[in-house]
Design a protein around this ligand. Structure first.
Ligand code: PXP
Length: 238
């Protein structure tokens, strides 16, 4: 069965809206883990719009499952990751104006730079994942770069309301990646209804899900929101 890793960025978004101390992502992480999730994911953005450096430092100390740090492939972020040593770093593209990560990383267009970043992170003992679109050339580039994992961008599939062609594209991409020796995660835009089909894709390990869980948590509580997502994944029956 695929693992659920919960992206708790929007707990920090709520806190930053008032520049207050609550809600605390560290408390959220404990609740998420207690509810049965397999990991905690946070994105430390260049503009620090939600998660702050201090959050990552504290999370590094308290997360007992697995900490996945989403980050841009910049020198600043490589330095922070190398010091804090999350179990996994997921390299993502980052634009200041975007509301959320738009599109996958252009791995094919920056192979030499990403090879260097990937090696530095691996030297620090961090598992490296590249968040990419489900395209053959990006997958091939991820393998050449030496990434351990790819995270398949499921945004198109989610936008297409789980339509067959987009789902088929994800199946093909997951198989292509595994044929090239890459391990596979997936995420973006996943919700309680579209998650099952992605959880069933052969070889998909971690599902990184944020917005939909935190949105539901605002109404029913974080513990229940996580448990409902775990149930939706379990229902997929693999
Ligand atoms: N995976 C990556 C690489 C992301 O950047 C995000 C958004 O921060 C997610 C997964 C989670 O996406 P969503 O918030 O739509 O569930």
């Amino acid at each position: 069965m695929a693992n659920l890793c919960v992206n708790i960025d929007h707990i920090a978004t709520l806190r930053q809206a008032r520049q207050e101390t609550e809600p605390d992502p560290v408390v959220a992480a404990a609740i998420v883990e207690q509810a049965g999730a397999a990991g905690i994911t946070v994105h430390l953005r260049e503009d620090r719009r939600h998660i702050q450096d201090r959050d990552v430092e504290q999370l590094r100390r308290v997360v007992a499952t697995k900490l996945n740090l989403e980050m841009a492939a910049t020198d600043e972020m490589v330095k922070i990751a190398s010091r804090l040593k999350p179990e996994e770093s997921t390299l993502v593209p980052e634009k200041r104006e975007e509301l959320t990560t738009e599109g996958g990383l252009d791995a094919a267009g920056q192979k030499s730079r990403l090879r260097l970043v990937c090696q530095k992170l691996k030297d620090a003992g961090i598992v490296v994942s590249l968040f990419i679109d489900p395209e053959e050339r990006q997958i091939a580039a991820a393998a050449e770069i030496g990434a351990d994992y790819i995270e398949l961008h499921t945004g198109e599939y989610a936008r297409a309301k789980g339509a067959e062609p987009e789902l088929r594209t994800l199946h093909i991409a997951a198989q292509t990646a595994q044929d090239k020796g890459l391990k596979v995660n997936a995420g973006h835009g996943l919700n309680y209804t579209n998650v099952g089909a992605v959880a069933r894709i052969k070889g998909v390990e971690d599902l990184n899900i944020g917005h939909n869980i935190i949105a539901r948590a605002a109404l029913v509580g974080l513990d229940q929101a996580v448990r409902e997502m775990l149930a939706a994944i379990a229902q997929a029956g693999v």
